[in-house]
Design a protein around this ligand. Structure first.
Ligand code: AMP
Ligand code: GLY
Length: 424
């Protein structure tokens, strides 16, 4: 039996997932809401934003959707899965993405930290502060060494983490955050011990009992070469990651992945979907920096290339609770994704620049992140515009393949980092 699948979201991550799903013999029709000009080449885009639950219901019923896959965290934290589960007409539709309760692993840093401490999962020491206990927050900061890490408790579109060198600055930042610097998201702030080491992203797909580990990746968040300058949504990704060897990943599974999935069960938190472990390697010991309840972007634009198994089978397993019966096979080749961004990003940037050269790309996959189309032409429509992803027998070969094709693509102000993978 084949199925109709709906992907919710509109970025490079959703395009890469659509590309992978499109290869499945289990697929009948593919829909993406709202999608982008890249996903339109693989399925039918539906003009419904991810926040429009009623619109998604209508689209699901009209198109006889059998399985819904949610890309971004916001609709999950807002309860899209709960909305489907509570609806007579939707409740039996397979759904990949946690309910609101499980999505708190990303939606509330305090919830995630309490969860990790409850289940002895290695992570930085912390204290959660609201305006009612500001004095304890300041006292806690004084017990710590520089640099100081302050995190808005709620979702802040990846911008809610401040790292300050100076104690006075940190105290001031704490007050400003509690005073609403990130709106309601920072009415509670998590103060954390600073961890030093190199980061990587580990992804699992779980049905709440069993899990399958997806290819490990590393992303490059800063705008500038050598990891300098402002944070972005991600400038590129590599998979696999040299330091995340079998030995390291065994520790990750034993100390972090299994305790997390068992912790969800002990806490009676049903969970069908992805868990993204943002990890840091502290002298060979993996520690959790953060949980996300979705796949990473741009990691997905590299990771999808390396999943050999039928991805739809895995999604069905996660949604139905039959993941124990599904195996995952990983392509041993390397994959590299290089993100092309608009000039000025992550600061102010212009949109609507015509994109040329896409038809010249060979041996790479171009995933659309922020584009729009008009009469067969593609235009920039976001800060992150395109991800160019390639295979290689080595990381260098995968990167060389991507960079060769990147040079064929042009738009006014186009910028990309030329040093993805520099630290591996
Ligand atoms: P997050 O939004 O939680 O991913 O944090 C953004 C970035 O801040 C992470 O990718 C890390 O580079 C850094 N970061 C977060 N927490 C810590 C920590 N406790 N120690 C050191 N760096 C951190
Ligand atoms: N690439 C990091 C993220 O998706 O949050």
């Amino acid at each position: 039996m084949t199925m109709n699948i709906l992907i919710v979201g509109s970025g490079g991550r959703e395009h890469a997932m659509a590309w992978k799903i499109k290869q499945s013999p289990k697929l009948n029709q593919l829909y993406i809401a709202p999608g982008n000009p890249g996903t339109a080449l693989l399925g039918t885009n539906l003009p419904v934003p991810a926040s429009d639950f009623e619109g998604l219901k209508k689209a699901t019923l009209e198109n006889q959707i059998d399985l819904v896959l949610v890309g971004p965290e916001v609709p999950l934290c807002e309860g899209l899965h709960d909305f489907f589960a509570a609806d007579e007409q939707l409740k039996n539709i397979l759904f990949v993405g946690p309910k609101r309760l499980g999505a708190q692993l990303e939606g509330s840093k305090d919830f995630a930290k309490e969860f990790m401490f409850r289940h002895q999962i290695p992570t930085a020491k912390y204290l959660a502060i609201t305006s009612g206990n500001l004095a304890s927050g300041i006292a806690f900061l004084k017990t710590m060494n520089s640099p100081y890490v302050l995190k808005a408790d709620g979702l802040a579109a990846g911008k809610g983490v401040l790292i300050m060198d100076d104690l006075q600055e940190a105290e001031k930042a704490l007050k400003e955050m509690l005073d609403g610097q990130f709106g309601a998201a920072s009415s509670k702030v998590v103060i954390e011990e600073f961890l030093s080491g190199i980061e990587c992203s580990v992804f699992v797909l779980t049905d709440g009992k069993d899990y399958r580990i997806l290819p490990v990746a590393k992303d490059y968040k800063r705008i500038g070469e050598g990891d300098t300058g402002l944070n972005t949504g991600g400038m590129g990704a590599i998979s696999p990651v040299s330091f995340a060897d079998e030995f390291f990943l065994k520790k990750v599974e034993d100390r972090i992945i299994r305790p997390t999935v068992q912790g969800l069960q002990k806490d009676q938190i049903p969970y069908n979907g992805f868990i993204f472990f943002g990890l840091i390697n502290c002298g060979g010991e993996p520690m959790v920096i953060e949980y996300n309840v979705r796949m990473g972007d741009p990691e997905t634009e590299a990771v999808m290339l390396r999943i050999k198994t039928d991805f739809v089978e895995l999604l069905i397993g996660a949604a139905e609770g039959t993941l124990a019966e599904k195996s995952i096979e990983i392509d041993p080749r390397y994959a590299a994704a290089v993100m092309l961004v608009a000039g000025g990003y992550p600061g102010p940037y212009e949109k609507g620049k015509i994109i040329s050269g896409l038809e010249k790309v060979e041996d790479s996959f171009v995933f659309h992140a922020g584009t729009k189309s008009n009469h067969d032409s593609a235009f920039t429509n976001g800060g992150r515009v395109l991800a160019v992803s390639s295979y290689g027998q080595s990381m260098y070969e995968a990167l060389a393949n991507s960079y060769r094709n990147v040079e064929l693509i042009q738009f006014e102000g186009m910028y990309y980092r030329k040093d993805i993978g520099f630290d591996l």
